[in-house]
Design a protein around this ligand. Sequence first.
Ligand code: ACO
Length: 309
Amino acid sequence: MTNDDLSQIMETSDEWISSRTGIRRRHIVRDENTSDLASNVAQQLLKKASLAAEDLDFIIVATVSPDGNMPSTASLVQAKIGASKAFAFDLTAACSGFVYALSVADKLIASGAYHNGIVIGAEVLSKIVDWSDRSTSVLFGDGAGGVLLQASSDTPLILAESLKSDGNRGMSLTSNLTHANSPFSKSESEDDLFLKMDGRAIFDFAVRDVPKNILESLEKAELSPDDIDYLLLHQANSRILDKMARKIKTERHKFLQNMQEYGNTSAASIPILLSEAVDAGTFKLDGSQKLVLTGFGGGLTWGTLVVKI
Ligand code: ACO
């Protein structure tokens, strides 16, 4: 759905959206749910890796737009693809979800207890945005992407990491807020199910806290920004990426960008970027390239993995 398509259903314009965010299009599901997108990703990953669904030890789905709380979206994926031996759970860390989930999956495999796992970021944000609010609804899109991890005796995938949360600032980005509701409750608070955002506060958080986190992670890995081939940051807004590039003194072209095509897909944005770069041959997957993967968003949460692929 293009910005012009949106201007048919609300008071907005391509000029307003693209100049402030870099977003030109987003994909919106008609009837599919988050588990449908995630199952599709899982099937593609198994095919690419020539593995059977029964070979999987675990499935983690990072999402803030699950089909429901129970069963988890990961459990639905497990059933849909027939991964009978896998345990499955969702992880909620908003736009940092994929980075958090990849860190958790890496530890599960490094423990030696599990060999094959899938980590998916999947969102149908179109069902949680308030379509009567033009200041948020134009920003988001639906999508899914993922990776399949296998145990290996080679160099570790993650060279360094730094994951952060600050619940004190959590109310600047919210969705699905519910309150006590029983015969014993005196609460008169209304539930607030739609996604709500203080755009300025999130912009300031992203450009202030996230560059520090990237630099701290690089320092842990004893690397400088020049040693990094590409940076894959959560795709919220191209102006945020412009500022990041200046703050960490790295050429802007190393920051991969596809929000012009997908909008902000929360936990799905980094794996979609990763997958497109693999398909385009930008990433060779031969252990010769170093990447920075950085998520930031609701919670507030943020975090960076420095990886070798
Ligand atoms: N079309 C046209 N006009 C609009 C639209 C729209 N879709 N939305 C808002 N406006 C109007 C507002 O009503 C306001 O009008 P007014 O001045 O007459 O009151 C005007 O545009 C300016 O609105 P602001 O909210 O001040 O716009 P701002 O320049 O701050 O840009 C934006 C908003 C793009 C969201 C910015 O705050 C931003 O980039 N924030 C970063 C947060 C972000 O990207 N969040 C994504 C989710 S969070 C995450 O993924 C980490």
